[in-house]
Design a binder for this molecule. Structure first.
Ligand code: UD1
Ligand code: PEP
Length: 436
């Protein structure tokens, strides 16, 4: 088993670059299998475990995938299989994003039911409602979703009950190849949806309105592979912004864009963090004293749930009472217990966590419960007394490329070790250095 060992007390300074966005690249790779002609060349593809998984899913379907550094070339012009078995879907829920493209291109798709996960039950009823409205017959049984659309999918007017990112993406991909016009209402507005629509339009789709609550799609008969560069990862960028702020450091996060991170920037500024726009990113300067604030997670452009646990780490270091209310996922507070192991003073009340800061954080052995929680525990470790050991790194690897190395380059005292390599005595006997 591997763990990250971080010793608190170092200020972070320097420059770090955000990779291509996980949540943009996964739907873009899924969309690539809709192209019955040509190759797609995708740039700025992050080398994440999730990207490996989605590539395996489409390879399993017979797509030809070549990875060369951060460039991935996909040729899906051959005959594809229309099934995504459980071994892939279990690893990564975003595998369900192949449903829309397969159904649109082949009139058939069979994908394992994703099931719940650590942050909530995460149903996909809105995806299925969209396919059914376009004429598909959907059955769920024996752990699989099977959708059939004899002939072509038909354009339709669809209102989403909740603004779901995945449902908006899946149904938008299906509608790109449907017969006639589709109007999607109450859509999610995340930047990753805009990125996917831009890619589909380069492939020949006719989509307008992505990034607003109404998306209009004029179906076309075929889509062709295209070149596309993935947008920077706003959540990875936000994670490094918190790393700078929490340590009172000064870090330029290249690729961080205000237009994607408005709610995060505004909340961090309320806490006293200085954030300056530079040509290629955001400079973040941490204050001597952080002020308490409140956040409520919401669909974009509200505060992103994927930044909730990292902000919790920041609030633990702020003076006063902060409140976090999680409205997107019903069970995204698993990290609270882990923070408590680090001496955090906080309590859960319904869908809110009340944080009494500043906590005098102490290093402990803690486990990542999801990818952002894992990152947040490392952030807390940056300012804890002594050593923090973070386990269950498979979660962090889903969403962060070289997380440990990037933090070390900014000056953190951090390393990733295999359990057998850990020299416990040395760590236990050495004193922690606190310069904060
Ligand atoms: C790969 C990817 O892009 N993942 C992101 C995506 O996940 P994902 O696309 O799974 O999240 P959704 O936007 O679909 O989920 C938002 C809310 O809608 C509910 N819901 C969703 C679909 C549905 O059919 N029925 C339903 O009730 C969910 O339970 C949840 O409460 O958006 C989330 C919300 O910003 C992020 O945390 C994830 O990082
Ligand atoms: C919850 C997340 O991702 P996923 O939807 O892929 O589980 C995330 O990126 O924080």
């Amino acid at each position: 088993m591997e763990k990250i060992i971080v010793r608190g007390g170092r200020q972070l300074n320097g420059t770090v670059k955000a990779e291509g966005a996980k949540n943009a690249v996964l739907p873009v790779i899924a969309a690539s299998i809709i192209a019955s002609e040509g190759k797609s060349v995708l740039n700025e593809v992050p080398a994440l475990a999730d990207v490996y998984t989605i590539n395996e899913v489409i390879k399993h379907m017979n797509a030809d995938v070549t990875v060369d550094g951060n460039t991935v070339t996909i040729d899906a012009s051959g005959d594809l299989s229309t099934e995504a078995p459980i071994e892939y879907v279990r690893k990564m829920r975003a595998s369900v994003l192949v449903l829309g493209p397969l159904l649109a291109r082949y009139g058939h798709a069979k994908v394992a039911l994703p099931g719940g996960c650590a942050i909530g039950s995460r149903p996909i009823d809105q995806h299925l409602k969209g396919f059914e409205a376009m004429g598909a017959h959907v059955t769920v049984g024996n752990g699989y979703i099977e959708a059939e659309a004899p002939g072509r999918l038909q354009g339709a007017k669809i209102y989403f009950d909740v603004p779901s990112v995945g449902a908006t993406e899946n149904v938008m991909m299906a509608a790109a190849l449907a017969e006639g016009k589709t109007i999607l209402e109450n859509c999610a507005k995340e930047p990753e949806i805009v990125d996917l629509a831009n890619y589909l339009n380069k492939m020949g789709a006719k989509i307008v309105g992505a990034g607003t609550e109404t998306i209009r799609i004029e179906g076309v008969e075929k889509l062709t592979g295209a070149n596309h560069t993935i947008i920077p990862d706003r959540i990875e960028a936000g994670t490094f912004m918190v790393a700078a702020a929490i340590t009172g450091g000064n870090v330029l996060v290249r690729g961080a864009m205000t237009e994607h991170l408005r709610s995060v920037v505004s909340k961090m500024e309320e806490m006293g963090v200085i954030i300056e726009e530079e040509e290629d990113g955001l400079r973040v300067i941490g204050p001597d004293i952080l002020k308490a604030t409140d956040i409520k997670t919401m669909p974009h452009p509200g505060f992103p749930t994927d930044m909730q646990s990292q902000m919790m780490a920041l609030m633990l270091n702020a003076t006063g009472t902060s409140v976090i209310t999680e409205t997107v996922f019903e069970n995204r507070f698993m990290h609270v217990e882990e923070f408590r192991r680090m001496n955090a003073k906080m309590k859960i009340e319904g869908r809110s966590v009340i944080i009494e800061g500043p906590s005098n954080l102490q290093g402990a052995e803690v486990a990542s419960t999801d990818l952002r929680a894992g990152a947040a525990l490392v952030l807390a470790g940056l300012v804890s007394e002594g050593y923090t050991r973070v386990t269950e790194l498979k979660h962090i690897d889903r969403g962060y490329v070289n997380f440990t190395e990037k933090l070390a380059q900014l000056g953190a005292d951090i390393e990733r070790v295999k359990e057998e390599d850990e020299v416990t005595e040395e760590y236990e006997s050495s004193e922690s250095v606190s310069t904060l």
